[in-house]
Write a protein that binds this ligand. Structure first.
Ligand code: HEM
Length: 363
């Protein structure tokens, strides 16, 4: 996410196949496992708290964290069942420190930030997260088991690769076949995909690069997804007519068995819910803005923007332009009916950004 130029282009090309539909579909069992845990926690709270569930935000945050950890790294950190999990607290903290810096202009200067208590706290927390990515600590009850995930997984793949390579071909020659074989036994995480790239091109895609990409997935994927869910629930809660329609749609899918596992194909039938989520992303885009450094001078109307300028695109404001979204503060999922979407300017709504650096996890 922070790299530029050829390095970014090369990594983006390598990572794009990891977001293929087929791979996302293989994550459905993980999502089901975690959503069942969350529903049980909510049910228990409801039963023991006089029919009231006070605050679903931490539940959603922890569920999103468990899903992203398992899909990105193939390990479970049990954030839902162990709310004291040090890792989930550290992720939260890093995001909070980012907000503190953003709201404190005197900390924008890198040197000042480096010597500030906030900078020191951020360094400490990021170091913990890096160490975690290299050596994931999983808590099973009171036993702390340190698993060197990256090394362990690489070893597993290489052992298998060497065992299968009977014709004396170069290491890495059968890597795709080996990964297919491993994939028939367990769900392949993003990390497996990154390790495949590393085994194929160790110099072009190093173990350090793997760590950077896993970090990016964790930070880019977790907070955005959990914020979207929370904002969508809040908005739906304020609009009972919308809520009733969603209920009707879900009943038509799960009516005879409301507790059954979610299937990938169910998504195709959640047309109205999809519109609601899009509308929630319009009103409360989790990425409020993006920033770019201009490399070539260009003009907007009569204003000339010189090279070297830092520019921000404010999605929050863009999504409230009454020219494209009349009564912008009103939650109206019908803004995303096919007719409305087709007639609107393509860049009037960009919660996942647009262009070559848009969100790789959009689908
Ligand atoms: C509702 C959920 C999400 C939203 C609203 C969102 C939004 C965005 C936005 C606006 C950007 C562009 C940032 C920029 O241009 O500077 C971005 C980039 C990115 N997102 Fe997401 N994102 C979401 C979920 C995810 C998920 C689930 C993943 C991965 C598991 C992910 C991975 C990434 C990565 C790797 C990039 C950097 C792409 C690049 O630089 O080539 N995002 N996201």
């Amino acid at each position: 996410m922070n790299s530029t130029g050829d390095r970014w282009r090369g990594h983006r090309k390598m990572l794009t196949p990891a977001f293929h539909f087929r791979i996302l579909e293989s994550f459905v069992p993980i999502i089901n496992k975690q959503q069942h845990i969350m529903v049980k926690i909510i049910d228990d709270m409801y039963a023991t708290n006089g029919g009231v569930v006070d605050d679903v935000r931490p539940l959603i945050t922890n569920c999103a964290l468990d899903i992203i950890c398992e899909t990105a790294m193939g390990v479970s950190i049990d954030a839902q069942t162990d709310p004291e999990s040090k890792y989930s607290k550290a992720v939260r903290k890093v995001l909070d420190l980012f907000t503190v810096r953003f709201l404190s202009p005197w900390l924008w200067n890198d040197t000042v930030f480096q010597f500030s208590p906030t900078g020191a706290e951020q360094r400490k927390t990021i170091k913990y997260l890096h160490d975690f990515t290299d050596a994931v600590s999983i808590q099973f009850g009171s036993n702390l088991v340190i698993v060197l995930v990256i090394q362990r997984k690489k070893k597993e793949i290489l052992q298998r690769l060497n065992a299968e390579s009977t014709d004396g071909s170069a290491p890495g020659a059968d890597i795709d076949q080996t990964m297919n074989d491993i994939g028939t036994k367990r769900v392949l995480a993003f990390l497996d995909n990154l390790l495949t790239q590393n085994i194929k091109n160790p110099e072009q895609f190093t173990e350090r690069d793997i760590r950077a990409e896993v970090d990016t997935f964790m930070s880019a994927g977790q907070d955005t997804s959990s914020a979207t869910t929370q904002f969508a629930l809040q908005l739906i809660g304020h609009y009972p007519d919308v809520q009733a329609k969603i209920h009707e749609e879900l009943d038509s899918i799960y009516g005879d068995d409301p507790t059954r596992d979610i299937k990938f194909d169910d998504l195709r039938h959640m047309k109205y819910l999809e519109k609601c989520i899009k509308e929630a992303l319009r009103i409360y885009p989790p990425v409020l803005f993006i920033a770019r450094r201009i490399t070539e001078e260009f003009k907007i109307k009569d204003y000339s923007i010189p090279a070297g300028t830092n520019c921000m695109v404010l999605f929050y404001q863009l999504h409230r332009d009454p020219k494209y979204f009349p009564n912008p503060e009103v939650f109206d999922p019908e803004r995303f009916s096919a007719d409305s979407t087709n007639t609107r300017h393509a860049f009037a709504y960009t919660p996942f950004s647009a262009g070559p650096r848009n969100c790789i996890g959009q689908r």
